[in-house]
Design a protein around this ligand. Sequence first.
Ligand code: DC
Length: 205
Amino acid sequence: MIVAIDGPAGAGKSTVARAAAQALGFTYLDTGAMYRCVALARLRDSESDPATLEIVLAGNVMLGGEDVSDEIRSPAVTELASEVAAESQVRAAMAARQQQMLASGDWVAEGRDIGTVIAPHAELKIFLTADPAERARRRAEQTGRPVSDVLAEQQERDRRDGERDLSPLLAAADAVQLDTTTLSADDVIAEIVQLAARRSDGDSQ
Ligand code: DC
């Protein structure tokens, strides 16, 4: 079974997807971490080839055998990740790996295009949203940076992620849309776990 969780930065995807995977006993796939690895590799070597990068997601994020879990969250990597994610070669290389992983087993996969492009056959698709100011407030709290800086950068990344030609951020027509602005993470996790349990019982609602 695949649970696809898409949505913009700060909507709560990572917290919710990780916890839902644990509650369901599914494997968690953070596709954003893969784009971040491509960006970090590009920052270090402008000639780096996304197709040959050794990216391993196993709790920690490993790039070429090095734990880059913290480094891929830096503002410079965050900014560049949104740019490399618009490149066709990068998307093709990451999509192939993601689809290979998702081909067997039970997954909670989070990203921007899981329900639309990577796994349009996913049994459950969730599109998480939240008010932009609330999303920026959450990110600022996590990173300790000023809300105004986070909000300005977020607006630019939302625009880039949403307007690009290739796999733009988009809710699948059959996605369940959840606005997390006023919901606690626990409420959202419980809702997703309940929906997944119903889908696996064969209920299409
Ligand atoms: O979810 P995140 O912030 O870690 O994602 C990092 C960047 O990668 C973000 O700019 C959007 C992009 N991304 C994407 O284009 N497609 C995905 N499936 C996941 C992330």
